[in-house]
Unconditional design. Sequence first.
Length: 420
Amino acid sequence: MPTVNFLYRSSKEKASLNLRLLFRKDGKDFVLAGNSKIEVTREYWKEYHDKKKNLDVGTRNLQQEIRGKLADLENHILSSFEQTNSLVDKTWLKNTIERFYNPVPESPEIPTDLLGYIDYYLEYRKNELELGGVKRITVTKHKMERLQKILGKPILVKEINEDFKQNYVKFSEANSYSKNTQQRELVLIKTICFHARHLGIQTHHQLDGIKLPKQVVKHIYLNTEEIDSIKKVQLEHDYLDNARDWLLISCFTGQRVSDFMRFSPEMIRIEEGKYLLEFKQKKTKKLMTIPLIPEAREVLKKRNGNFPRPISDQRYNTYIKTVAEKAGLTEKVKGKKRKCIAPEGIKPTKSDFRDVMENCQKWELVTSHIGRRSFATNYYGKVPTTYLINITGHGSEKIFLSYIKKSNKDLALDAYNYFE
């Protein structure tokens, strides 16, 4: 009876698992090697995958998720093995794995219009796309539906060219979509069209060259003096104090709101007198172990070792603006502010809000992401970049450095200390 084994063979800290198909035929034993697209960390595979007890909730959920993916792939390979009449060799195994991730559609018809192909693309890559990716593609599809209605004709894949770009920009400007939203969505549309070209669908000769520039956006951060003001400000309401403490924790851990709002005392462990915080990032699925620095522990000490009460992202964003205003963050700065574009008297929907560049008081621009940017900026140059990237969980140094919001002059002054 054939069996499938999975192995971690990479020297990297995170990699896709290899697999082995073992079977016996005509009295001979065969072993075929293949590659899955199931990524895990070396630590998870060695320490946690087969562990049955004493796992935190995040690790148990990850274990269940990974085991489910492995079981699905294993069942697909074994089922294909039982049904095949062809030679089972390395090429057969490679093609079988490819069909698992990219199933051959039942209908040979591939749509040639953009909207139809977007649906086809979502189905084709359903085993690869994350939920966030599906949402971004779906939002873009809805915009293309509206644009197509304005144009009064179907948008064909082969018509994605300079004329399409101009119509798309005109539509986006009329609906107050930002330059960066336009640039990001055009890249996504091109990616989908490249996929269509790969499958033999005709594309326009201008497709590769159409592009839109990015707009440089200045994101704000909280410097150490402002964080100190937030720490010391007197707040008359408990809900504001609760939100203030979450804001401080985000500034001292560098995590996204989707992660720090789930922190609990059970995630803390102590090794050699050092406090560590262990959790799995919701967005990247990375298993994280970060230092729980003294400033963060001060917040917990105030609450007898507990984290603040979890609240919704929407309330958190509202409350921390109030906290920042009361802390005196009234300096005039330029940044993107959320505004409603719906006509007066009409109840707005989610699609009626845009980020508009304005001169505002700083507290007006405070959002849930400011803690992560503040952590990266305030500790850059003080803590080795490698350590900071490990704490924030960014995929590369380039992405991490995009979070550094100090001016060139500020960075030069910081660097000066190394030469004295």
